[in-house]
Structures are given as structure tokens and as C-alpha cells.
Design a protein around this ligand. Sequence first.
Ligand SMILES: Nc1ncnc2c1ncn2[C@@H]1O[C@H](COP(=O)(O)OP(=O)(O)OP(=O)(O)O)[C@@H](O)[C@H]1O
Ligand SMILES: [Mg+2]
Length: 488
Amino acid sequence: MDYSNLQKAEATPEAASMIETFRAIGYNLETAIADIIDNSISAKAKNIYVNRIWRGDKSIITIKDDGLGMTSEEIIQAMRPGAQNPLSERSETDLGRFGLGLKTASFSQCRKLSVLSKRQESSAAFWTWDLDYVAYSKKWELLHWIPEGFINDLDSQKSGTLVIWTDLDRIIPPCTEPTNENIKHKFSLSMDKVKKHLAMTFHRFIEDKSIKIFWCGHEIEAWNPFCIDELKTQPQPTENINSGITMKGFVLPHKNNFSTEQAYKRAEGYNGWIALQGFYVYRGKRLLLGGDWLGLFRKEEAYKLARIQIDIPNNLDSDWQIDIKKSKAYPPSIYREQLESYAKSVRKLAIEVYRHRGKIIAQRAGQSFQPLWREKKKDNKWSFIINREHLMIQNLKKLAKEKPEQAIETLLKFLEETIPTKSIYINEAQGEEHQATPLTNMDVNVIKQTLALMYKNELIIGKNQEQAKAYLKTIEPFNNYEELIDNL
Ligand SMILES: Nc1ncnc2c1ncn2[C@@H]1O[C@H](COP(=O)(O)OP(=O)(O)OP(=O)(O)O)[C@@H](O)[C@H]1O
Ligand SMILES: [Mg+2]
């Protein structure tokens, strides 16, 4: 297209509204801080310090690293929205993509973003984005300002960067006094969540000792979703998908097979077992999203021991639709079938962990193990029946001759307490065969006899025929046999 002869009109983004829009990208505190740490890792930091200072609505969050740092000009460039083109190629270890994270992550949580940075052999420099000033001046202008008390923060380091968030209006409401214990507690809980999120998001960096993250002075321990140190974890073969993408499944041990109860609790993470099943997608070594079946399956109790690692290189960002927050990824449709079939095999093994346990318990009890409920398969349908040979049933039959009420009550109690819900659940979740329709295994003569007896008793107590029949139709399971009732 030839642009030279066309009339033009300038349509520069309006600074104040544009920058407010950045706030609405949808980060939470965890994903925002993780995005800042991405930058530290890309800048080859070895130590990263996340800190918070509680001062009511003047509270502060800081993220400091000992990476390469920036000169004053480089800070200005870094502060520019869209500092880099998302299409340009990045080094393998660069966790960035859009040239936005520093700004969007920060503005999602605060109104003032200050950056103090220092390159080796040069002095520290600083610049601040202040949303109130942008709103007032309507200009894309940084301020040469830094919150009090931080200007010398990098003096003891050769190089590094300090990101300071003040005016944390999204986390702490304006006019909050430092004495407000309620909000202080909430702030503290949010920061605890951050700690756990970082332990998971960067666990591979922490494990291979390429970085250390300190949270309020304490070193964060890695949280590995796959429990690779547990002897009874079953790692599955790695499968290559394409273009350097791989996946590897892990079936975690049954609760009783974890080395310690503490290890089991830890594996549960902060979201709980059910939430943490599914795929874990890594870009480089950085976890983008964890515990997600990527729309292929629902999360269910029965599959809670299945976790699958997917590794994608950073040059496939656009194929996987990586978002600005680095907390989403969608597999390209051409891979979905392969992901689904691999996941199915891992999920199946995860369910087997429960079946296997059932068998072990039976074996331990010896050959003569007597289950009260037996699974019955007929015409590809399953149902659970009571084992009539069970010793207790035999004994209750004898008791019924002398004390029928007590015998029936005991039987009912045992049935209530032993309904095999777990096995039913697993059968239901596997969904390969269906449950037999209730009452299809029932002898009609037994139903007729029972109905006749109950009908007679209702007439004896004074109901007329119509009333007695209407009453029987309200009683489960006879409500399914209206015709038999009408013929009484
Ligand atoms: N801690 C840091 N140390 C050194 N340089 C940094 C640091 N943080 C940011 N930068 C520089 O600022 C630039 C912009 O950062 P920003 O997070 O906004 O975008 P990005 O990391 O390039 O991409 P993305 O939007 O995907 O995060 C980075 O590319 C980097 O050059
Ligand atoms: Mg970034």
C-alpha cells in the first residue's frame, strides 16, 4: 500500500486513561510479583529479595535483585510501555516477551512505581512513574524521585535493581491507619500466598541453585509439584510433542505411601489436592500455570494424584498464546489430541493407585477375605451387591429368628456405614461402563408380595383402597411401580 498521498491525523494515546487501562490486565499480587522476578532472572540475578513494610496506606513492597542493573537511560527505556517488540527474538533464558510486565504488573497493585538501578562500575540511578502525576499532567513523563530511605539501598552491591511499589491502593484501601490490625492481617495473608506462589513458580530455578529468593529475609524453599524425592512416585516416560516441546507425567503416591505425613501435606500445596491435578506448563524453567487440564478434562477427586509437566521453549509464545501476565497458555489445537491421549494414560494409572490399595488390603487379610459389598458386572454395567455369604449376614439371619428388630437394625446400620462410595466414585469418574439402572435386578414377584403386604396393612388401619394406593405411590422405590399398585 502506498501511504505517501494519504491524509494523516495524529491519534496519540491519551496518557492518563491509557495508563489506567494497564491496571486492568487482571494480575493478582502473586502473578504481579512473579512478573517482576522474571525480569530479575532475565538480568542474571542470583539473589532476589521480596520485602514488605507495613505502614497502613503508606505500606511498601520492594523487590531487589543483584542482576546486571541498568543505567539511567536504560531505566527510562525499561519504564517505557512497549519497551520491546513482542515479535523480536529473545535469548533462551529471557523470560520477557511484551516489553510491558514491569509497568503492567506494578500498576495492577500500586500507583507509584520507582526503579533504582545500578550497573557495575557506575552509580545508581532512579526514576518513578506516578499515576497521580500522569493524571494531572496528562503526559507520559517520569519523575526523578524515589521514596525516602531507599536511595542508598544498592550501595553494598556491585550491580542490581530495586523495584519499589508505594501507594498500594489495590491491596490496602486509602486512609488505612497503621494500627488497623484487620487490614494488616489481610495484607500479611496475601503476602503469605505470594511466598507459596513463588516457591512453585520458580521451583526449578531454586532447585538447580541458579537463584535464591528471600521473602522478608527468609530463603524460600522450592515447592516441586511432582514429589520426585518420594520413592513411591511413579514417573512416566517423557513424550516429545514437537519443536522442543516435551511432556512427562507423574503419578503421586497414595497418602499412606508418602515417606512422612508432613511430605503428604506439603504435596497438597496451598490449593489442595483436587485443585493441583493436571498439567503444569513451563516456559523455560518458569512455571506459567499449574494444576490445569487445559480444558481437556474436569478436575475430579479420582485423578488427584495425576500431575503432568509440559515444557515449551520461549520461541513458541505466540503458538501457545502466552498472555502478558505469564499466567495463561493454550495448547495449539494440533497438539490437543496428543496431550489428551497421554493424559488419559497417566490419569488411568492415578486411579489404579486406589484400586491397588484395595487389593493390597484384601491380600493382607489372607485368602478368606470377605467383603461385605461385591462389585458385579453384567452386560457391561456395574452394580454393587451385598455378599450374602458374609459371616455377619449369616449370623444376623440366626439372630433374626429370636430378635428380628435388633437383627434388622444391626444390618441396616452396617449397610449405612459401609456403602462403597469410593469405588462407586471411581467407576463413575472413569465413565467407561455405566451403572446398572436401579431396580433392574429385582424380582417382580418380590415387589408384588411386598406391595400386597403393605397394602393390606394400610387397609387394616382404616384407609380406603384409593387412599392406600395413593399413599404407596409416595413411597420409594414403589413410586416406580404405579401399574403394580393400580392392579392391587
Ligand atoms: N530487574 C531488572 N534488571 C535489569 N533490567 C531490567 C529489570 N527489570 C526490567 N529490566 C529491563 O526493562 C525491560 C522492560 O521490562 P518489562 O518487564 O516491562 O518487559 P519485558 O521483560 O521485556 O517483557 P514482558 O512484558 O514480557 O515482561 C526489560 O526488557 C529489561 O531490559
Ligand atoms: Mg518482564
